[in-house]
Write a protein that binds this ligand. Structure first.
Ligand code: GLU
Length: 489
């Protein structure tokens, strides 16, 4: 049978790193085996689920390039793919389980349950439901209902069972059914619980492998028992390890951004995020560090998914992102960079960029991309290329610019810039070279004063790019501003 896997997020917030990793591993596993990857929305938590979250998750998956073959928005033969649209389906199975005596109505109130919990704890036992309503007669049920009590449906957990899970990542994991009380499968409002709906969906969608986060391992025996009660084949499970922060604790909001959209908003590239996330728990067989999605599809296997926790390392993400910033043609980064340039007041929101403006951004990106971890950091470099304000505050810079040769350098620069019809980086480079030649100065004695006179700084992006991006008018204005720092004779 061909492989069928699914990603089944609850739309109760944005797509987080951990969720993206589950989605990616499922996607890679299916794509590598010519299988089918399904997206299903598990929205049975009515209070916490929202349409916005669902849209956010879908959007983040698409931006990452994690596309699904079947499911939400795409359709398929096993829909609907949103759990709240499948309530009738769950109901049919609940009736089956009730009729077979594998599930029963429970009328216990919160207070009664709490009391039971307290009693068990006082005796040093694991708090669980002990089956008070298991054997109610029809008469007793009618009485309880007459009191206005609305029942839940509980699954009857068989006693004394060992539930063995041969997890594809964690190996053999054994649970005892005696530690599990009869659990709720349908709430009093008729909505199924996660542990129940997930099983019905996975079996009706013919899921062959359930690949998900380790936090669901403890749910698995509850799910296995339902497959068994329905006489259905249990899928293979693969529980991928937790993602820890650098201190070895479970990654949380306090450790910085956990939502994928936060990383998009900071200007991390989708390919870099995918590459980084793939390495959270999976390792390739060789030394290769950078993988395109196609390469990941070829390389990925569950055998190389580790059962020890993955560690989230922002430095590594930055390293990977820097690599992709250098690899991507700058033309392809324009749209991603534009919001950050606009945030600094460059280019109007509504304007379609002219060819000249696009060219400007390309030169800009070429000049700064090796200095940044993500595109939001371009804000630190904008001032080099825009505006007229230049101050030379640094002591050393002031000394350099006071050298007796500097006025001639800057004068020649002014002349040559005006005489150059198209001041692109190669033209700028040759101007600087000629100045050195004509004044018989070393490169450094040209570059440093020009850099300081134009930016006020001793360091910064490539000088050729600075000249090209400023253009003749801004160069003129900046030279006028910094003339006051030169040695007057
Ligand atoms: N809706 C569950 C979650 O978001 C899915 C768990 C599963 O894959 O079974 O955690």
């Amino acid at each position: 049978m061909s492989v069928r896997v699914r990603f089944a997020p609850s739309p109760t917030g944005p797509l987080h790193i951990g969720g993206a990793r589950s989605a990616l591993f499922n996607y890679l596993f299916a794509a590598g085996k010519d299988g089918t990857f399904i997206l299903r929305i598990e929205d049975t938590d009515l209070e916490r689920s929202s349409h916005e979250s669902e849209i956010g998750i879908i959007d983040a998956l698409r931006r990452l390039g994690i596309n699904w073959d079947e499911g939400i928005e795409v359709g398929g033969d096993n829909g609907p793919y949103r759990q709240t649209q499948r309530l009738d389906i769950y109901k049919q199975y609940t009736e089956k389980l009730l009729a077979a005596g594998q599930a029963y109505y429970c009328y216990c109130t919160e207070e009664e349950l709490e009391q039971e919990r307290q009693e068990l704890m006082a005796r040093g036992e694991t708090p669980r439901y002990m089956g008070k309503c298991r054997d109610l007669t029809a008469e007793q049920r009618r009485e309880l209902e007459a009191q206005g009590r609305k029942p839940v449906v509980r699954f009857k957990v068989p006693a004394g069972r060992e539930i063995v899970i041969n997890d594809l990542v964690r190996g053999k994991v054994v649970f005892e059914s005696d530690g599990i009380g009869d659990y709720i499968i349908v709430k009093s409002d008729g909505i199924p619980t996660y542990n129940y709906a997930v099983v019905i969906d996975d079996l009706l969608m013919n899921i062959t492998h359930v690949i998900r986060g380790e936090e669901h391992l403890s749910n698995t025996p509850r799910q296995v028992l339902i497959y068994e009660a329905l006489g259905m084949k249990v899928p293979d499970f693969a529980h991928i390890s937790l993602i820890l922060n650098s201190e070895g604790r479970k990654m949380s909001k306090r450790d910085g951004d956990t939502a994928i959209v936060d990383y998009f908003n900071k200007g991390y590239l989708p390919q870099a995020l995918v590459n980084f996330i793939a390495l959270l728990g999976w390792s390739p067989s060789g030394e290769q560090e950078f993988f395109s999605m196609e390469e990941l599809v070829k390389e990925f296997s569950l055998e190389r998914v580790s059962k020890s926790p993955a560690v989230f390392d922002l430095n590594k993400l930055n390293y990977i992102n820097s690599y992709y910033l250098m690899q991507t043609p700058p033309e392809d980064l324009i749209d991603l960079a534009l919001p950050f340039l606009r945030a600094e007041g460059l280019f109007n929101e509504a304007d379609i960029l002219s060819e000249e403006q696009r060219q400007w951004i390309v030169i800009f990106l070429k000049a700064v991309r090796e200095k940044i971890n993500n595109l939001s950091e371009i804000r630190d470099y904008i001032k080099f290329f825009t505006g007229e304000e230049v101050d030379v505050t640094d002591e050393e810079a002031r000394l350099i610019i006071q050298a007796p040769t500097v006025p001639a350098v800057l004068e020649l620069l002014r002349e040559k810039v005006h005489a150059t019809p198209e001041l692109d980086p190669p033209a700028a480079k040759s101007i600087l070279k000629q100045i050195g030649k004509e004044l018989k100065l070393k490169g450094r004695d040209v570059f440093m004063p020009v850099r300081i006179a134009l930016t006020g700084q001793m360091h910064g992006p490539d000088l050729d790019a600075i000249l090209a991006l400023l253009g003749p008018n801004s160069i003129e204005q900046r030279l006028n501003k910094t003339a006051k720092y030169l040695k007057q004779d």
